[in-house]
Design a binder for this molecule. Structure first.
Ligand code: OAD
Length: 241
């Protein structure tokens, strides 16, 4: 085992509070495409055509078709060794907050107790009329789907570009990174705010920052240790059974 991995492992076992941030990279080995990589979703699709409130007002059917396609893909995925290692850390350590930008729900499926889902969840829909949020696991989903309570049109319960994150979600995410002594940043390109600021907040408050990614990112410069490789390979070695 190499030096940086040993150092990161020791820091993690000696830590009092851990904050974890994950991005699309942790689900890549489960079969979910990332957004910005060579096979990333944003190479074939333009975010402004599919992941903005304007796109939904213009063409709700198109937006729902895209989410239906992604839901169908997520439904076929299972958590990988990386998700399972993080769930293990959470259960064993007792003071871990897991924050994810992913909407696929795979952390919860792996056994993480209360992941902070910054960008929402692909299995939830929200009524555009009465604003009720409800779980909806229909695959395929009737397009466009209607609210069971008021009949209004449902939209995916996802934070789109140009929309604000919920206050409580922001508080939980920023609180976790402000007060942690070890921050673990996994599989994110660090290009989307406000998630991209979390590692810096931890660093400013004296935390030890560990990055796990297949390639260098803007986080690499501030990380104390950058572990380059696949999350499904590195995380089980960082958090052994
Ligand atoms: P990106 O697609 O921007 O970045 C994925 C990162 O994962 C890259 O840095 C890859 O190098 C890394 N990666 C790929 N495979 C990996 C593996 N097996 N192990 C470790 N790392 C790997 O995804 P995010 O940073 O999550 O927003 O993107 C942030 C947000 O942009 C998403 O939440 C989404 C998107 O627009 C919304 O849907 C609102």
């Amino acid at each position: 085992m190499n030096g940086p991995l040993i150092q990161a492992r020791e820091r993690l076992s000696a830590s009092r509070r851990v904050a974890v941030l994950t991005g699309a990279g942790i689900s890549a080995e489960s079969g979910m495409p990332t957004f910005r990589g060579a096979d990333g979703l944003w190479r074939d699709f333009r975010p402004e055509q599919l992941a903005t409130p304007e796109a939904f007002s213009r063409d709700p059917k198109l937006v729902w078709e895209w989410y239906d396609w992604r839901r169908e893909r997520v439904a076929r995925c299972v958590p990988n060794a990386g998700h399972l290692a993080l769930a293990r850390l959470e259960h064993r350590h007792g003071a871990v907050t897991l924050v994810t930008q992913n909407v696929d729900g795979l952390h919860a499926l792996a056994g993480s107790l209360q992941p902070v889902e910054m960008h929402g969840n692909i299995w939830k829909a929200r009524c555009t009329a009465c604003h009720r949020v409800a779980e909806d696991r229909r695959v395929p989903i009737p397009i466009p789907p209607a609210c069971g309570i008021c009949g209004g049109m449902l939209r995916p319960h996802i934070v789109w570009f140009g929309e604000s994150l919920e206050g409580e979600v922001l508080e939980r995410a920023f609180g976790a990174f402000e007060y942690c002594d070890v921050a673990l940043i996994v599989g994110t390109s660090g290009q989307v705010q406000p998630a991209a600021s979390l590692a810096g907040v931890a660093r400013q408050n004296g935390a030890f920052v560990i990055e796990v990614n297949r390639e260098p990112t803007p986080h690499s410069a501030l990380a104390d240790v950058s572990l380059m490789g696949a999350a499904g390979d590195i995380l089980p070695r960082l958090i052994p059974e």
